[in-house]
Design a protein around this ligand. Structure first.
Ligand SMILES: Nc1ncnc2c1ncn2[C@@H]1O[C@H](COP(=O)(O)OP(=O)(O)OP(=O)(O)O)[C@@H](O)[C@H]1O
Length: 229
């Protein structure tokens, strides 16, 4: 078993009609893979299919394996949700403190004393490159954070779960240049020791951050299958 995620003939359909795919790819351990394609090609839908969280009516077909184990459509268990974690395009920041937000995922998944969970959350804030900016105000409301800091807080929340794969959906699309650079630095620091799939419209960003690319084509453009370059 060499790949964290393996997708074979993966499609997403609605009412029997293929909406996205077919696509084949592997995410090797420690790789950073760009998922590219024109608007509407299905990048976000593929990420949602990988975490088995498609909107009602959309159905995944084909083979999906996580750490070698097959994931049945609509039947993923909590364990899978902690192994493959999606960070959505718009950061979801809850009403509590910065620390509460970083703890939000592991608190529900890991049974351990709060102090241990806190240590994991703090390490995740370091890994996400946010620690120096928040270490003195962990108990302050997360609502005070800037857009770039919020995106890195969501990254920390995901990293605290120690996921086998991290799926990032356009993490910088809503950010100004300076915030984009800070988020990019955080993603770049994961390279080689985290397994990441990154959706981005920005081809230069994909070149900067990724070591491989999966291209999704439009069905209408008669691309029979997605290609890995
Ligand atoms: N719940 C849904 N019901 C019907 N069609 C949907 C649904 N969700 C997505 N689609 C369709 O699936 C296709 C892929 O959408 P998706 O958002 O995954 O594309 P994308 O490549 O991420 O686009 P963008 O780059 O613009 O964000 C689109 O044609 C979209 O309209």
């Amino acid at each position: 078993m060499d790949s964290v995620i393996s997708a074979r003939d993966l499609r997403v359909s609605i009412g029997g009609k293929t909406l996205v795919g077919p696509v084949d790819f592997e995410l090797p351990h420690g790789s950073t893979t760009g998922l590219c394609g024109p608007s509407g090609a299905g990048k976000s839908t593929v990420l949602r299919a990988l975490v088995d969280l498609l909107p009602t009516g959309l159905v995944r077909t084909g083979e999906l394996r996580v750490l070698g184990d097959p994931v049945r459509n609509g039947r993923a268990e909590a364990a899978l949700r902690a192994k493959v974690v999606l960070v959505p395009q718009t950061p979801v920041v809850f009403g509590g403190s910065i620390l509460d937000n970083a703890l939000f995922g592991i608190r529900h998944v890991v049974r351990a004393p709060r102090q241990l969970l806190r240590e994991r959350a703090e390490l995740a804030l370091q890994e996400a490159g946010l620690w120096e900016e928040v270490r003195d105000r962990l108990d302050v409301s997360a609502q005070v954070l800037s857009a770039g800091q919020r995106q890195r807080l969501c990254l920390a929340r995901a990293l605290a779960l120690d996921p086998a794969a991290l799926l990032l959906d356009e993490p910088t699309s809503a950010l100004d240049e300076r915030s984009r650079d800070t988020v990019e630095e955080s993603v770049a620091a994961l390279r080689g020791h985290r397994t990441v799939m990154l959706v981005s419209h920005d081809t230069s960003q994909v070149e900067r951050l990724c070591d491989r690319t999966v291209h999704l084509g439009h069905l209408a453009e008669a691309q029979p299958s997605a290609a890995l370059s």
